[in-house]
Design a protein around this ligand. Structure first.
Ligand SMILES: Cc1cc2nc3c(=O)[nH]c(=O)nc-3n(C[C@H](O)[C@H](O)[C@H](O)COP(=O)(O)OP(=O)(O)OC[C@H]3O[C@@H](n4cnc5c(N)ncnc54)[C@H](O)[C@@H]3O)c2cc1C
Length: 484
């Protein structure tokens, strides 16, 4: 008998991946006494959430902060269930300032920006009218984020303000992201009214009504404030606490490499290198490129009809793009930093695509206690969909060029940083562009097939990339599985 046969196991539900999506889904399933197992290829849980300690520094190599939205209960619910809300850390008031960097000058984001050369008269006029514009004649699959904002606040403001913002959120390019899928609330707001502000208010009211019908499912900790935050030990505290709570249901070091249907076509077989599992419900949280590889390996195990279907899916998954992105962390001695403008961080404008970094965050100010008192920590971002060619550069070159840029912007009087670290994601964040749109459309067209196979999408290329979006999606999936 092979090793695989001996270790055969059946569960009602198998979740592929123990990132924030898989773990949140597991938490809600656990409360409903479901029989489920989470399979994770890595030895740690958390996926893209990846805080590390280097010397006496706390570095975030993945997301830097969690946004607790007032309108969303899931994050508050999960924090309360894990009893870790007292470990939340919010930035002090003075650290809330955000900057746009144009030609090495930091400009604070605020009302004054309306009167700066970041906007032209046309843009100011449109802005003063609440983002008024005619309806777009473009099809939903054609209007980019850039087109949308150009309609609402003019081209100059879009170049100066929206392009940096998109590089900060998606590591993306506003010319390729689609407004419909990347910012669905804005898209719906625009459909509700030609004045964006009015449309967004209508959209908010509609969402409020929806939220009333979608009551929370547990104790809410009302002391938890909304806003940007992290946890004392970094964002990894969240997946780690989830991992501890779900320890009986998680198998790490289990790289799934094949999935296919049982002979009677009723259930799933999930294979890792050493184990064989069977389940009724399959929850997919792993990145699209990993899923495409698994499907490719599994094709011979499907019937020809299933094979055709999954080959079609594999093609669509392979279309989803994740730009290369490096995070470079620097510390400098405080006495060497001459510029005083500090807060959350800055994002670069990219008029002539002449910047090296996308921007930088100032963790020392946002979340104190992450670096020695005499030093300041900066995290810069390099690459993304605006500068894919940077992936060709050697790490030493990336670090040197990022240092030179931040040195100039912050007026740092040091030939080299005190300490520097680099972490690279060859595939960072899924881009909600036309290829992603095609993938979603294909899945919608085949939604009956997915639901008859009890296949559940719960990933950051489904309903939003933020940690909050992932958690909301995961809760919905868990609730729908437990109702079945
Ligand atoms: C650099 C960066 C900065 C970001 N900044 C922010 C931010 O500030 N705020 C914010 O809200 N969001 C941010 N995001 C987005 C957010 O972090 C992610 O969208 C979210 O964490 C994704 O979670 P997930 O569980 O869906 O996927 P993942 O975290 O990718 O988890 C998937 C899991 O599946 C596992 N897996 C893959 N293949 C297999 C296999 N074959 N078998 C078993 N397991 C497998 C992986 O190891 C991983 O653990 C950022 C993302 C990046 C990359």
């Amino acid at each position: 008998m092979s090793l695989i046969e001996r270790q055969y196991q059946r569960h009602e539900t198998i979740i592929l991946g123990a990132g924030i999506s898989g773990l949140t889904c597991g938490l809600y399933l656990q409360e409903r006494m479901s029989d489920f197992l989470i399979l994770e290829q890595d030895q740690r849980v958390g996926g893209k959430i990846f805080s590390i300690r280097e010397d006496d520094l706390l570095l975030e190599n993945g997301p830097n902060a969690l946004l607790i939205k007032r309108s969303s209960k899931v994050v508050k619910e999960v924090l309360a269930k894990l009893a870790i809300s007292e470990r939340l850390v919010y930035p002090p008031k003075e650290a809330k300032a955000r900057f746009i960097c144009k030609k090495d000058q930091l400009i604070k984001v605020g009302p004054k920006i309306l009167f700066s050369d970041m906007m032209d008269w046309r843009g100011r006029f449109k802005f003063a009218l609440g983002g008024y514009s005619k309806r777009s004649l473009k099809h939903e699959a054609e209007e980019s984020v850039f087109d949308f904002f150009s309609r609402k606040i003019g081209t100059r403001a879009t170049e100066n303000l929206i392009t940096p913002l998109i590089s900060g959120i998606f590591a993306g390019n506003p010319h390729s992201l689609l407004i419909k899928t990347a910012f669905p609330k804005l898209y719906r707001g625009d459909r509700r009214s030609r004045v964006l502000l009015v449309g967004m208010l209508k959209e908010r009211d509609a969402n409020k009504k929806l939220a009333q019908t979608n009551q929370s499912t547990g104790t809410l900790d009302y002391k938890i404030k909304s806003g940007v935050c992290t946890l004392i030990g970094g964002l990894r505290d969240l997946p780690q606490s989830l991992g501890e709570k779900l320890s009986k249901h998680i198998r790490c070091n289990q790289e799934v490499w094949k999935i296919y249907r049982t002979e009677n076509g009723q259930e799933w077989i999930v294979e890792s290198k050493t184990h064989l599992f069977q389940c009724k419900n399959l929850v997919v949280t792993i990145p699209s490129y990993d899923l495409a590889t698994i499907l490719q390996q599994s094709l011979p195990a499907f019937t020809s009809k299933e094979g055709q279907f999954f080959q079609g899916l594999e093609e669509k998954l392979n279309g989803i793009r994740y730009p290369w992105l490096s995070l470079v962390h620097f510390t400098y001695k405080k006495q060497d930093i001459k510029s005083s403008g500090r807060g959350f961080g800055f994002l670069n404008t990219h008029e002539n695509r002449d910047r090296f970094t996308l921007g930088a965050m100032f963790p020392t100010y946002m979340f104190p206690g992450r670096v020695r008192k005499q030093e300041e920590l900066f995290t810069t971002f390099v690459g993304g969909d605006l500068y894919p060619e940077r992936a060709e550069l050697a790490p030493e070159k990336i670090m040197e060029s990022a240092h030179q840029e931040i040195k100039k912007i912050l007026n740092i009087d040091a030939s080299a940083p005190a300490r520097s670290f680099i972490y690279t994601w060859p595939k960072s964040i899924p881009q909600y562009d036309i290829y992603h749109y095609d993938f979603k459309k294909w899945c919608e067209e085949h939604s009956n097939s997915f639901s008859s196979m009890r296949w559940h999408w719960c990933s950051n290329y489904w309903n939003g990339i933020s940690i909050t979006d992932c958690m909301e999606n995961a809760k919905n999936v868990a609730m729908s599985i437990s109702k079945e």
